[in-house]
Design a protein around this ligand. Structure first.
Ligand code: NAD
Length: 361
C-alpha cells in the first residue's frame, strides 16, 4: 500500500478560499482518476490567522508545512490589515515570507503559457503572443530583499536609507542547477538575466551560472542584461524557454511576463526548495474587490494544483490531464468575468471548476 501524499491547504484571505476550494475539487478529481491518494490538512494563514490567533503565521503552521509533501496556497491580505507596520507579524504577507524562508523555498517558478484560445485576451498583438511558452525561475530567498544591512537612519546631513544586495556562490548555484534541470525537461534553452555591466553581484551571478552551465552541455545557455531583456520579452517572447534571474529582477520580470497571458487570474506558480516539497499558489492576490461574489477566476489556482502534481508528486500525467482539461474548457468558450470579450456571458468560479472536472480524461 502506498502512503497518501500530505497536502497542507492554506486558503488565506479574500478570493483565496474560493479559488483554493475550486483547485482542490479539480485536484481531487484528477488524483482519484490517476489513482493518487491525497491526505489534506487545512490551516489558517494571513489576515484570517491574524483575526483568529493574532499572528499571520503560527509556529505550528510552519511546523505542519515542514511535514507536508506540498502546500496549496490561496492568497493573503486585504484593506482590513493594511495598517500593520511593514515588518510586523500582523501583516498578512509576512505569512508568505515566513513560509518561504522557513521552508527554504529558494526557487520561484512561474510558467507563462498563452493558451491558443486566450491569445485575444493578451495585452500584446496576437502574433506576438501566439505559442508563448516560457518559465521564469526567480531566486526567492536572497539578494536585495533579504541581505543586511537594511535600514533607515539619520545622519548629520539628514535621513538616509540602505538596502544590500548580496549573493553567495552556493545561493546562485542551487537555483541555477534547478533552472538547468527544468530546461532539460523543456526545450533545453536557458537565458540568465543580470546587470553584469554595473553590479558585482551580477558579475558573480554570470560566472556561477556559466560554470553550472558547463555541467549541462545539452542546454543552450545565454546571458542578457536586464534592461535589454525587459524590452525583448515584449518584442519576441516566443524566443524564450527558461529565464533564470535573481530576486529583484525576477519580481519585476515575472509580472511583466504574466501580462503576456492577459489576465492575472490565469497564471500559476510554484516555490521549491532543495527537496520536492513545494508551495503552489496562483500569482494573483486576494482581490478584495471581488471577494465573496463567486466570480473569481480559479484557473491560476487550478493550474497551480497541476504544478503540484508535476513537481511535488512526480505525476506529470495527472498534471497534463488538468492542463488539457483547462484548455478544452477555454476552447469551448467558458470564461470568468475577467477574461470575457464583448458579447460573451461570464460564468462563475464554481461553474468553471465543474466544467474542468467534467473535461478531465
Ligand atoms: P490582486 O491580484 O489581488 O488584484 C488585482 C486586480 O486583479 C483586482 O482588480 C482583482 O479583482 C483582479 N483579480 C486578481 N485575481 C483575480 C482572479 N483570480 N479573478 C478575477 N480577477 C482577479 O492585487 P492587489 O489588488 O494589488 O492586492 C490585493 C491584496 O492582495 C493586497 O492586500 C495585497 O497585499 C495582496 N496580495 C497578495 C498576494 C499573495 O498572497 N501572494 C499577491 C499579491 C497581492
Amino acid at each position: 500500500m502506498t502512503t497518501a501524499a500530505r497536502i497542507v491547504v492554506l486558503p488565506g484571505d479574500g478570493i483565496g478560499p474560493e479559488v483554493t476550494s475550486a483547485a482542490r475539487r479539480v485536484l481531487d478529481a484528477a488524483a482519484s482518476r490517476g489513482g493518487i491518494a491525497l491526505d489534506y490538512v487545512d490551516d489558517v494563514v494571513g489576515g484570517a490567522a491574524v483575526d483568529a490567533y493574532g499572528v499571520a503565521l503560527r509556529p505550528q503552521t510552519l511546523r505542519l508545512c515542514k511535514t507536508a509533501d506540498a502546500i496549496l496556497f490561496g492568497a493573503v491580505g486585504g484593506p482590513k490589515w493594511d495598517d500593520a507596520a511593514p515588518d510586523s507579524k500582523l501583516r498578512p504577507g509576512s505569512a508568505l515570507l515566513g513560509l518561504r524562508k522557513g521552508l527554504g523555498l529558494f526557487a520561484n517558478l512561474r510558467p507563462v503559457r498563452v493558451d491558443a484560445s486566450m491569445v485575444a485576451t493578451s495585452a500584446l498583438r496576437p502574433e506576438r503572443v501566439r505559442d508563448v511558452d516560457l518559465l521564469v525561475v526567480r531566486e526567492l530567498t536572497g539578494g536585495l530583499y533579504f541581505s543586511r544591512p537594511k535600514r533607515r537612519y539619520t545622519t548629520a546631513r539628514g535621513e538616509a536609507a540602505v538596502d544590500t544586495m548580496r549573493y553567495s556562490t552556493p545561493e546562485i548555484e542551487r537555483v541555477a542547477v534547478r533552472a538547468f534541470e527544468l530546461a532539460r525537461q523543456r526545450r533545453s534553452k536557458l537565458c540568465s538575466v543580470d546587470k553584469a555591466n554595473v553590479l558585482e553581484t551580477s558579475r558573480s551571478w554570470r560566472a556561477v551560472v556559466s560554470r553550472v552551465g558547463q555541467r549541462y552541455p545539452d542546454v543552450a545557455c545565454s546571458h542578457m542584461l536586464v534592461d535589454a531583456f525587459a524590452m525583448d520579452l515584449l518584442r519576441r517572447p516566443q524566443a524564450y524557454d527558461v529565464v533564470l534571474t535573481e530576486n529583484l529582477f525576477g519580481d519585476i520580470l515575472s509580472d511583466e511576463a504574466s501580462m503576456l497571458a492577459g489576465a492575472l487570474g490565469m497564471l500559476p506558480s510554484a516555490s521549491l526548495g532543495a527537496g520536492t516539497a513545494g508551495l503552489y499558489e496562483p500569482i494573483h492576490g486576494s482581490a478584495p474587490d471581488i471577494a465573496g461574489k463567486g466570480v473569481a477566476n480559479p484557473i491560476g489556482a487550478i493550474l497551480s494544483a497541476a504544478l503540484l502534481l508535476r513537481w511535488s508528486l512526480n505525476r506529470d500525467d495527472a498534471a497534463q490531464a488538468i492542463e488539457g482539461a483547462v484548455s478544452r474548457v477555454l476552447a469551448a468558450g467558458l470564461r470568468t468575468a475577467d477574461t470575457v470579450r464583448d458579447g460573451e456571458t461570464p460564468v462563475g468560479t464554481a461553474a468553471i471548476a465543474d466544467a474542468i472536472v467534467n473535461a478531465l480524461p
